[in-house]
Design a protein around this ligand. Structure first.
Ligand code: GRF
Length: 215
């Protein structure tokens, strides 16, 4: 049976593209919602023949009103899982209440290190030698929800924000579709209040194979 997924994006949408190109098993991207006019994610959705909806957050009186409009569009498309793929807004309880433990986000660091914006620049400034990306369930904090999968990525001498971001993005594009597929296959297991894991045929290691030193 098809499991419908809604993707929310604000920018380039390369993670959206990875989802559109991947074999997601039972998961199907049913709608893409974008909150920034002209965002490339909108074009990518249209090119893939997926319903694309622009909802301008500035056109709503409150964050809750905006979230309600987004929830309404997701529900109208029969969405069961929501993926925040470069969606630059914090979601409210209106959103989380409608999709409890069914919203995932991808973030370009090994959380809880370097939450918020410019995670790659934060990693460079801190001088860490390993960073990466995290897929996590969304709660009402900023990048604070339970972690589902992480991939480590080396920080190399001579890296700048762009080079590091690109190396991390390569891994984001690998891991996000695998997580979405696993979620749609019902592989999410809760171990404790904030602890979850994905029960994968190849074990969690199959998500986490090291990025190596290739740039
Ligand atoms: C990614 O680095 C993602 O981790 C972060 O925002 C960026 C979005 O990139 N949340 P894109 O729009 O998917 O290309």
């Amino acid at each position: 049976m098809t499991v419908k997924v809604g993707v929310l994006a604000s920018g380039s949408g390369s993670n959206l593209q990875a989802l559109l190109d991947a074999d997601l098993g039972p998961a199907q991207v049913a709608v893409v919602i974008v909150n920034v006019a002209g965002a490339k994610a909108l074009e990518r959705a249209k090119a893939a023949g997926v319903d694309a909806v622009f909802i301008d957050h500035r056109g709503h009186g409150s964050r809750e009103a905006f979230d309600q409009a987004v929830v309404d569009a997701l529900v109208a498309h029969g969405v069961e899982w929501v993926v925040l793929a470069g969606f630059m807004r914090l979601v409210t309880k209106v959103f989380l209440g409608a999709f409890e433990n069914r919203v995932v986000n991808i973030h370009p660091s090994l959380l809880p290190a370097f939450p918020g914006v410019k995670a790659q620049a934060q990693a460079l400034a801190a001088g860490v030698k390993v960073t990466g990306c995290t897929v996590h369930l969304v709660d009402d904090g900023m990048d604070t929800g339970p972690v589902l999968a992480q991939v480590a990525v080396p920080v190399l001498p001579g890296d700048d924000e762009i080079k590091l971001s690109q190396r991390i993005l390569q891994q984001e594009h690998r891991v996000l579709p695998r997580v979405v597929r696993a979620l749609a296959e019902g592989r999410l297991v809760q171990d404790g209040p904030r602890r979850f894991h994905l029960e994968l045929p190849g074990g969690v290691a199959s998500l986490m194979s090291p990025a190596g030193l290739a740039s």
